[in-house]
Design a binder for this molecule. Structure first.
Ligand code: HAM
Length: 440
């Protein structure tokens, strides 16, 4: 049955040849976020459906079309998280973290689920690295978040490949004025809009900026922009943010068409975009969401955050000709072959002792011939190999072969001597061989 060996549409396996890149990227992100004061938070893969309806918003594509919602055996409606912000905030509120010192800064790695039409860079299960800062309203916090995103991308050596675009979508008051103006404009052009946008026009006209339909995009392109409608406070906030970005030499362009696909945003919104990976070029999206904490039942709390799509970032990195930013996994240090049952057991004992001091060592687990074992060691890319036979055990000496050039080194058959040899091969070559080793 093909279904048994075929992953569900829109999902992706991460195989050993790639997984180290994921691990490295995740580690880099977490460590860098820590430098900015963020601490990791973990929260469930599924939440009550209502949480996403409320926060992401009833009129968004995510809630209307893309959520993986199911009823559990207790009759509750649950949803696999389509994004991280809602769950992170729910966890913060439930555990009273807002009573701690503010701003509260949390970071997370989250696999997310959206029932979208899969294409390059768009999956049904995808992975986000996200950060949320709660309690800060000052534009300096917007600037710090953007600086963090920029640093993460720079650390991946993506400074030139990924550009920052910013916008302000105002507060609920100035946005209401804008939406009226937009509604008026779009109503006059409604004949050219697709059916979805005709519906959007009534429910949430700003969603029209998300439409990929060419005719809708042309109409949206000539629409009035939110920036013309910002109130003084929102305008000042946006201006101040730009001053901060200039002061920290973060390049940006203002794109008044960025509205973001989720309902909770207020004022600053931003995206980091690449033109290298086709239509799904937004690798990072975020913004301020000053009303969301209160909407979820918490105290009025300004907040801002962003999330990066790990798959999209890896796609850009794969496309690049330059040397990988990720260190390939270390090769096997030593393969200890054996000549029979007894020596096989002894070699595994040695392996255990060497692993305990941090060396990567392998031994035979297949009962292979010595020749086949050496072939295997070669394929593994082991740096050194040796064969443990009864003679070696009797002599308490073993010949260790450096695979790269075939050079042989004679080493006392103790874990201490072998580990010293592996850690200080060069000293051995210089003739300063330590033949000690007495722990056995
Ligand atoms: P978002 O723009 O929906 O924002 O997603 C953030 C990033 O996740 C995108 O820029 C993209 O890289 C990646 N992404 C989204 N959908 C997919 C998909 N179907 N396949 C692959 N990658 C995808 C949020 O989720 C907000 N929670 C970000 C945020 C945090 N805003 C404030 N705090």
């Amino acid at each position: 049955m093909a279904i048994l060996t075929k992953a569900p549409r829109g999902t992706q396996d991460v195989l050993p040849a790639q997984s180290y890149k994921w691990r490295e990227m995740e580690r880099m992100f977490m460590e860098t976020a820590q430098l900015f004061g963020f601490r990791e938070i973990r929260f469930p893969v599924f939440e009550h459906t209502e949480l996403f309806n409320r926060s992401v918003g009833d009129t968004t594509d995510v809630v209307q079309k893309e959520m993986y919602t199911f009823e559990d055996k207790g009759g509750r409606s649950l949803t696999l998280r389509p994004e991280g912000t809602a769950g992170a905030l729910r966890a913060v509120l439930e555990n009273g973290l807002l009573n701690e010192i503010l701003p509260l800064k949390v970071s997370y790695l989250a696999n997310c689920f959206r029932y979208e039409k899969p294409q390059a860079g768009r999956l049904r299960e995808f992975h986000q690295f996200g950060v949320e800062m709660l309690g800060a309203a000052d534009p300096a916090s917007d600037a710090q978040m953007i600086a963090l995103a920029r640093t993460l991308l720079d650390n991946l050596q993506l400074r030139r490949q990924v550009q920052l675009e910013i916008n302000s979508i105002g507060c609920p008051e100035c946005r209401a004025h804008y939406q009226q103006a937009l509604h008026k404009y779009l109503s006059a052009h409604s004949d050219g809009l697709c059916d979805t946008c005709k519906q959007r026009l009534e429910k949430n006209p700003m969603r029209i900026f998300d439409c990929k339909n060419l005719e809708c995009a042309t109409i949206a392109g000539n629409a009035p922009t939110i920036l013309e409608y910002l109130c003084k406070d929102c305008d000042d906030h946006f201006e101040e943010l730009q001053k901060h970005l200039k002061a920290t030499k973060i390049n940006f362009c203002v794109n008044p068409k960025i509205v973001r696909g989720l309902d909770y945003y207020t004022r600053t919104v931003f995206e980091f975009v690449s033109s290298d990976i086709g239509a799904q070029g937004t690798v990072c999206g975020g913004g301020r969401y000053d009303g969301l904490v209160e909407l979820l039942g918490g105290p009025p709390t300004p907040a801002i955050g962003f999330a990066m799509g790990l798959e999209r970032l890896l796609m850009i990195l794969e496309k690049r000709k330059r040397k990988s930013v990720f260190q390939a996994p270390k090769p096997c240090n030593l393969y200890i072959g054996s000549t029979g049952k007894l020596t096989q057991r002894r070699s595994e004992q040695l392996c255990m002792a060497l692993r305990a001091v941090g060396l990567q060592v392998e031994s035979d687990t297949m009962g292979r011939s010595v020749k086949a074992q050496m072939k295997y060691a070669n394929k593994l890319g082991a740096q050194f190999s040796c064969i443990l036979g009864e003679e070696e055990i009797a002599k308490k000496l073993i010949e260790v072969r450096r695979m790269e050039d075939g050079k042989i080194f004679e080493v006392p058959l103790t874990d201490l001597a072998i580990s010293r040899f592996l850690y200080c091969t060069h000293n051995w070559e210089d003739g300063r061989q330590d033949r000690g080793g007495d722990e056995d």
